[in-house]
Design a protein. Structure first.
Length: 650
């Protein structure tokens, strides 16, 4: 989604801003624009156009001097993808320029009143009201900073924005309310950015802005040092939040891979290993989650877990819901963050709200966290991007440590989120009270490889959530083996590629799974439609006969997740139902199970593991299938049309 960049310092600003915009490309965008101010000639240069940065740098005039520049990648919300709607936007007098990420919800009312006062608008965007509003306040005699503050108070919605006024050419202004914006502080130079990715171009030290804060960066005179001041336009006290970004630039390389998406899929074992590193106490069947230690006491009192997330992260949450209830026996619900606060959820100080987000910036998930906090719930984040807004808003958290994810479609984040949730579940279940070193827990006396023996003991007191040492150890030992088992699945990558190519002409797909693999079916279908634009839908295999089966014919294939687990036989019955209607079936099953060979059209094998951990393996062929099929169709897999990586508007 929109990316914003601003540079002010002593270097040529434009090349830095262009490079920084390239680093934000992964967020998804459809237009690009830059402004540079040449202090010597006192001239503003502005270039903007729809399309990609690569075309922009070929066609736009980018040889301009100047030590101040702002840049923007637009992901259209208000108004089509046109040059007029690309940012920056400016006022009637051509002096005040703004780039914006977010939505100004009350823009129409403001626009109407400004039009009545004679302001002329050039675009259909919501953003354009901001420079005109500042201009209007200046006309009324306000000082520039006051005019900015008043305007920011009036606009409602979400925003991160940069403002440049050529009457104050030494100043660059950044402001945020529910939109991401950070300020990198270099040596006498500053860089604003939507996320940490471009910051390392000039700085390691960052300032995280909070909602309602506006920062004025002043370049100073020729002798003076550049400086910044932060104020609150909402009147709260400002406590400056500093941080350090030690982001590795080389992570942005594709290495030997043609696309980030396939690189990130192949990184899933490595990423998972990083998620687990230092967090497993295998001997004790426990997990060490440093980020949760300070809230441990409160965690012990929670009675219900609510997970909030969007997209792929919401499917990781659904997998978590199954094992939280089965193994930790805590009532668990999953809410799509976009629905959460509008349905008046019943939560209180005994509720743990777990926000799951790769970017840590998703507007709906952030809004859900704020809602939960207002209602007194304890909030924790399962977030990948360190220092992101959600990570800083929650009470405590567990980072995913998946490494940077650049492809718009999330892959390695999904598996690391599930792993984080396993660690959290064990943290809650095992550590709840004194555990039995002998492993002779009353609850889980036995288990088998399919994990179907999480036996419920009705006599146990409802609040005594205690998982046996044996069970805790078993799950963690098996989790620790998953990266190795994932690598076994990758040995079949070529076979999966051939399958994807075989089915590439199909216009529709149905993804089916039961229990732990129902969310995997959702993830597989989402991945396919995101990157190949082929229609795919998923449903629990048992639901198929309540509607989706009507779609099945020889041209409508089904991808069925059928590992040998507690629901295997039932899933096989569903496969039979599809075959009886001449539907083609690709099945994912457990290695060693030959039974499906005769029944289905194609089989993909995954290694045996605990039932609750199968999603970590069964999703790999689905990620590969979506990628290879999209490639076969010539799609831009890293930047699929209409999608954004970081969805910062509701
Ligand atoms: C966008 C991305 C998805 C992602 C979802 C949630 O839609 O394209 O890949 O799953 O946002 O993002 P988050 O960063 O909160 O995990």
């Amino acid at each position: 989604m929109c990316g914003i960049i601003g540079y002010i310092g002593s270097k040529r600003a434009l090349p830095i801003v262009i490079k920084a915009l390239e680093r934000l490309e992964y967020r998804g965008y459809d237009s690009i624009g830059v402004l540079v101010y040449d202090q010597d000639k006192k001239i503003v240069y502005l270039e903007k156009q729809p399309g990609r940065i690569q075309e922009f740098v070929k066609t736009a005039q980018l040889d301009k001097e100047g030590n101040l520049a702002i840049g923007h990648t637009r992901w259209a919300t208000h108004g089509g993808v046109t040059k007029a709607n690309a940012h920056p936007h400016w006022d009637c007098a051509n002096k005040i320029f703004v780039v914006h990420n977010g939505i100004i919800e009350n823009f129409q009312v403001i626009k109407n009143s400004l039009v009545e006062k004679g302001h002329k608008f050039r675009s259909e965007t919501d953003t354009e009201v901001i420079p005109h509003l500042i201009e209007e306040f200046l006309k009324r005699g306000l000082e520039y900073k006051e005019a900015v503050g008043q305007s920011l108070k009036i606009v409602k919605g979400s925003f991160a924005l940069l403002i440049f006024n050529s009457d104050y050419p030494q100043l660059l202004v950044g402001a945020r309310f529910s939109g991401p914006l950070i300020l990198g502080v270099g040596d006498n130079e500053f860089i604003f950015a939507s996320d940490p990715t471009p910051i390392s171009l000039i700085a390691k030290n960052v300032i995280y802005l909070d909602d309602g804060e506006v920062v004025f960066v002043d370049k100073g005179g020729s002798e003076a040092k550049a400086s910044y001041t932060i104020e609150s336009f909402l009147g709260h006290e400002v406590a400056v939040k500093k941080g350090v970004i030690d982001f590795e630039i080389k992570e942005a390389d594709k290495g030997d891979f043609p696309d980030f998406m396939i690189k990130e899929i192949f990184e899933e074992p490595l990423a998972l290993g990083n998620t687990l590193r230092g967090r497993l106490i295998l001997q004790e069947g426990r997990t060490k989650l440093g980020g949760l230690e300070m809230i441990e006491k409160k965690l012990r009192q929670i009675e219900k877990v609510v997970m909030v997330a969007c997209g792929t992260a919401s499917y990781a949450a659904l997998v978590g819901e199954y094992f939280f209830e089965e193994y930790a026996e805590i009532t668990t619900e999953v809410d799509l963050a976009s629905e959460f606060r509008y349905r008046k959820p019943i939560i209180n100080d005994k509720t743990l709200v777990v926000a799951i987000s790769q970017s840590g910036e998703t507007a709906d998930t952030l809004a859900a966290v704020k809602e939960a906090k207002e209602k007194g719930a304890l909030t924790i984040g399962v977030v990948n991007v360190v220092g992101s807004t959600i990570a800083r808003t929650v009470d405590a958290g567990i980072y995913s440590h998946a490494g940077s994810e650049f492809a718009v479609a999330s892959t390695k984040a999904f598996t690391t989120q599930i792993a984080d949730l396993v660690l959290l579940m064990i943290f809650l279940a095992r550590d709840y009270s004194e555990y039995d070193i002998s492993g002779n827990s009353a609850r889980y006396s036995e288990y088998d490889i399919s994990g179907n023996s999480a036996r419920y003991n009705p006599e146990r007191k409802s609040k005594e959530r205690k998982m046996s040492l044996v069970m805790g150890r078993r799950i963690l030992e098996e989790l620790n083996q998953i990266p190795k088992k994932m690598r076994v699945v990758f040995e079949d990558a070529e076979k999966i590629k051939a399958l994807a190519e075989k089915y590439a002409r199909c216009k529709n797909f149905l993804y089916l799974g039961r229990k732990y693999n129902f969310p995997v079916a959702l993830e597989g279908a989402l991945k396919l439609k995101e990157v190949s634009y082929i229609h795919a839908e998923a449903c629990p295999a048992g639901e198929m006969k309540h509607g989706p089966i009507a779609l099945i014919d020889e041209n409508f294939p089904s991808l069925v997740l059928a590992p040998e687990d507690s629901v295997y036989e039932k899933t096989v019955s569903n496969i039979q139902e599809i075959k009886a209607r001449k539907g083609k079936v690709i099945a994912v099953t457990t290695a060693g199970n030959q039974d499906l060979e005769k029944l289905v059209d194609d089989v993909i094998y995954i290694p045996k593991t605990l039932e609750m951990l199968t999603p970590l393996l069964s999703v790999i062929p689905l990620h590969l299938f979506a990628y290879y099929l999209a490639k076969k169709l010539g799609r831009d897999v890293d930047r699929p049309r209409n999608l954004a990586k970081s969805v910062t508007v509701e």
